[in-house]
Design a protein around this ligand. Structure first.
Ligand SMILES: [Zn+2]
Length: 141
């Protein structure tokens, strides 16, 4: 029998400031587009990373401690208590909406999962608040 495929999810939290601002637009256009988010403000963010893979004899798709280490190295240690527009090299030139942040996080995490056979990134959720989140599943088009 083939091994069952199971998804596992790890959640991490961080706090960061950001501002939604498109340098290609005028100040008035930015205010109209982004409203109060056009000024500096912060969020207590959370993000959830879901990976899937076969369950081997060990019983683990992926050691959750290994996943936690990857998320802290690639994301949390870089963004926590930083200003996403100014302080985070991998977000340079990106308007740090939750959508864009989710895509940028995906691009950093996916290559780190490559060494784990059969394991793939299936979903990355970014929460700007308890009630609002975005989800990226690696799709383009
Ligand atoms: Zn915001």
């Amino acid at each position: 029998m083939p091994e069952p495929i199971v998804q596992i999810t790890r959640r991490e939290e961080f706090s960061a400031a950001h501002r939604l601002h498109d340098p290609a637009l005028s100040a008035a256009e930015n205010r109209r587009l982004y409203g109060p988010c056009n000024t500096d403000h912060g969020h207590n963010y959370a993000f959830e990373v879901t990976v899937s893979g076969p369950v081997p004899r060990s019983g683990m798709v992926l050691d959750l401690n290994a996943l936690r280490s990857i998320l802290r190295e690639e994301i949390v240690s870089i963004v926590d208590h930083q200003h996403l527009n100014r302080d985070v090299p991998f977000l340079a030139g990106v308007i740090p909406t939750a959508e864009n942040v989710a895509v940028a996080f995906w691009e950093r995490i996916a290559p780190r999962l490559a060494p784990f056979e059969g394991v793939r990134l299936v979903s990355l959720r970014v929460y700007e608040s308890r009630d609002n989140f975005v989800e990226y599943r690696g799709e383009r088009g």
